[in-house]
Ligand binder design. Structure first.
Ligand code: 13P
Length: 256
């Protein structure tokens, strides 16, 4: 039977400072050291841009990888305030998020823009973690499938066969983010299976190996049930990733 890669990725969002980051990373590294069964590269943190240098230094040679929270769709040039994929590479970045619902919502990012960012990241050699998810109103109107398939479809249009190998997906229902109201394991599983099925229409083998993470109020108390579902391959963790003991307790659930 196929053993799909399991991942837990913390998204620090716009939190932290030099001192807090150093303390958090120290606690994570010492805790990870005593967790059996965690593969190097299966736990990562998405840090704010100004701390790229600090975190890449602290994590050098460690089993924890670091990732960015966003990337530009342009290679370089007159794009004030943006950060390119090759700049991330310069700091040994392993992965970047794109399409987080906070960027889709607050920064009005379209499915097409998110897909172009994904293409640019992959072309620069990064893995790309694409977030998809519906709002509460979209779910209530019965549009969940159409919304997440539209978000995924745009990305599939931009990624060719080789690029697809570097894709990771996260299903993050917007109504579950930071609300304490998580999707039930069955609700999440249904969407994860739908997403895997859609990728399978492009490539069965990529779909079988594709990690699909769940995000939205994942906590130590609900991670086991969520990660136990057949198409949930780990989590994208917001608030709980800022508390070392909580994040480590969630990470322990992929080692089981
Ligand atoms: P919370 O875990 O705080 O709900 O955030 C989830 C998230 O948005 C991760 O990207």
């Amino acid at each position: 039977m196929l053993h799909r890669e399991k991942l837990v990725v913390g998204n620090w969002k716009m939190n932290g400072n030099r001192a807090e980051n150093a303390a958090l990373v120290r606690d994570l590294l010492s805790g990870l050291g005593s967790l059996a069964g965690i593969r190097a590269g299966s736990v990562g943190v998405c840090v704010p841009y100004p701390y790229l240098a600090q975190i890449s230094e602290l994590l050098k040679g460690s089993p924890l990888f670091w990732a960015a929270q966003d990337v530009s769709d342009a290679p370089s040039g007159a794009y004030t305030g943006q950060v390119s994929a090759s700049m991330l590479n310069d700091f040994d970045c392993a992965m970047t998020l794109v399409g987080h619902s906070e960027r889709r919502g607050l920064n009005h990012e379209s499915n097409e823009l998110v897909a172009l960012k994904a293409r640019r990241a992959v072309a620069a050699g990064l893995r790309v973690l694409v977030c998809v998810g519906e709002t509460e109103a979209e779910r209530a109107a019965g549009h969940t499938e159409a919304v997440v398939l539209g978000q995924l479809g745009a990305v599939l249009t931009e990624l060719d066969g080789a690029a697809l190998e570097r894709l990771v997906l996260a299903y993050e229902p917007v109504w579950a983010i930071g609300t304490g109201q998580t999707a039930s394991p069955a609700q999440a599983q249904e969407v994860h299976a739908l997403l895997r099925g859609r990728v399978g229409q492009r490539s069965e083998s990529v779909a079988a190996r594709l990690p699909i993470l769940y995000g939205g109020s994942v906590k130590p108390g609900n991670a086991r049930e969520l990660f136990g579902m057949p198409d949930i391959d780990g989590g994208l963790i917001g608030g709980a990733s800022l508390v070392a003991k909580d994040f480590l307790a969630i990470v322990a659930e992929i080692a089981r």
